[in-house]
Each structure stands twice: as C-alpha cells, then as structure tokens.
Write a protein that binds this ligand. Structure first.
Ligand code: COA
Length: 252
C-alpha cells in the first residue's frame, strides 16, 4: 500500500486520488500496485459502480516517476505499470477522470481508456514519449490517432506538444471543461449519477462502446516490447539525466 494513493469508497463510487503533490503526482511502482489492487477489487465488487480518479494539488499526474524508470525500469508484463494498463483496458466499471492540472505520459494515455473525462481550465495534456527517447504506451499509439487523427497525434507524440483544456475538448479528448473549483464537484456528480444507473446496462454499454479490445491488447504488447527495449537504452538514460539536471538532452 502506498500513502501516495488515497482511496475512498462512498455511495458505490471508488475515488482514487494521486497524492504526491510535491512531485506533481509522479507515479511510482508502489503507487501503481496500490491502484491495481483497488481497481481489481472494484471490478469484482458489485457494490462498486464507478471509479473516479483525480490528483491532489495542482497536477493530475506527471506520469511515471522518472527516477523509477532510471533505477528500476519496469520491464515485463508483471511490472506494476503494465498491470495498471491492463486494468484500464479491462475495467468493467465506468471510469470518470477529473483532470485538475498537468496530465503527462500515462496521465494522458489513461484518459483514452476512460469514459467521462472532465478537465479544469488549468489542465494541460502532454505525451512526451519521444522527448524521453521512449515510445507511446497503453495502446495510445493506436487510440490517440484514432481519436484525434494522425497529424494531430504526431504533433503530440513526436513533438511532445502540450495541449490545453479547450483544445483537448475540441479534439474530443475530454468531455467537458470546467472552472477549477467546479471540476471535482461536477465529476463527483457524474460518478454518483453513474452509480445509480442500472449496473448491467451500464457495463454492457461500456463494453459495446469499447468494442473488440483484443486489437488494443495486441498493440499494448508490441508497445511494451519496444518501450522495455528503449528503457534500458543510452538515449533514455540521457533524457532522464537531462530532466534531473534541469538541462536539454543531447542525443548526439
Ligand atoms: N518523475 C519524477 N519526478 C518528477 C516528475 C516525474 N515524472 N515530474 C515532476 N517531478 C518532480 C520534479 O523533479 C520536481 O522535484 P524537485 O522539487 O525535487 O526538484 C517536482 O516534481 C516538481 O516538478 P517541476 O518540474 O519543478 O514542476 P513544473 O511545474 O516546473 O513542471 C512538469 C511540471 C510535470 C511539466 C515537469 O515536472 C515534467 O516535465 N516532468 C516530467 C514529466 C515526464 O516526462 N513524465 C514521464 C512521461 S512518460
């Protein structure tokens, strides 16, 4: 259990809060493992009807902890991050996201697996995988171009372009944009409304909307192989060292 994840079950909604604000809610192995346990329980528990994610402080999440990437690279299907991605892919219950600030890396790609995505005006979405000498994950190399088109996805993946809340709304990445103070109340209201719906109809609807997830699952395996190979490469080490040393990377 990680103290950096807060979970609360209330009125049939499981609330999961990334709670490491001093590190912009960067996700460690322990945090992923805690989320995975909570999500698996939720999927097996008829009394949980919806899951809502948000971030403490001013960030949603800055993505995977870069020190973890450097020190204990998550290689293989058993890695907590891989299990988390599987949970997102296979989640039976609707996922509501309250994106309160920056959503980087997996902070963005997890949104592609969500159902209701509310963003505060302060939200910024970024997928700087190539900037880190990595490749997209979570099936996002398939899901993001499918959602927003190849040309816009290429700007995000290849150039690491940051996308603000209104632009994200225009691209269909978020359902609504709200004032900061209205975000969590609105997302909570949506999650509570979902919790009162006919549960089987809701789960069937989610599954139908997702369609054949085996295609995404297959892509996740392909991404995972390339991601793992890159993680132990000199170019990733340079990218992470550059971030830690607050300088531009030099890829030669
Ligand atoms: N992993 C580890 N530490 C992280 C982190 C991450 N993904 N994101 C932020 N932090 C840490 C910073 O190192 C800093 O720590 P320090 O106070 O000990 O120096 C602290 O969180 C605050 O971050 P800072 O960069 O000062 O905040 P900012 O508002 O200027 O920028 C971000 C926020 C998220 C844009 C920036 O931190 C960033 O780009 N982080 C890396 C994101 C990333 O590449 N994630 C992986 C994607 S696969």
């Amino acid at each position: 259990m990680s103290d950096h994840i807060k979970t609360e079950l209330k009125d049939r909604v499981l609330y999961i809060t990334f709670n490491r604000p001093d590190k912009k809610n960067a996700l460690t192995h322990a945090m992923y493992a805690t989320i995975v346990a909570a999500m698996k329980n939720a999927d097996d528990d008829d009394d949980v009807r919806a899951i809502m994610f948000t971030g403490a402080g001013d960030a949603f999440t800055s993505g995977n902890d870069l020190a973890d990437f450097r020190d204990t690279p998550p290689l293989g299907e058993d890695a907590p991050v891989q299990q988390f991605l599987q949970c997102l892919l296979t989640a039976k219950k609707p996922l509501v996201m309250a994106v309160n600030g920056i959503a980087v890396g997996v902070g963005l790609t997890m949104l592609l697996h969500a159902d209701i995505v509310y963003a505060s005006e302060a939200a910024v979405l970024q997928a700087p995988f190539v900037d880190l000498a990595l490749v997209p994950e979570a099936g996002s190399s398939l899901l993001l171009p499918a959602r927003i088109g190849h040309a816009r996805a290429a700007e995000m993946f290849m150039l690491g372009k940051r996308v603000g809340a209104e632009e994200a709304y225009g691209m269909g990445l978020v359902s609504r944009v709200l004032k900061a103070e209205e975000l969590v109340p609105a997302a909570t209201k949506a999650a509570q409304a979902l919790a009162k719906k006919a549960p089987k109809a809701l789960m069937h609807t989610k599954a139908l909307m997702r369609g054949d997830t085996s295609v995404v699952a297959k892509r996740m395996v392909e991404e995972g192989k390339l991601f793992s190979a890159q993680l132990t490469s000199p170019e990733v080490m340079e990218a992470i060292m550059a971030f830690m040393q607050k300088r531009e990377p030099n890829f030669g």
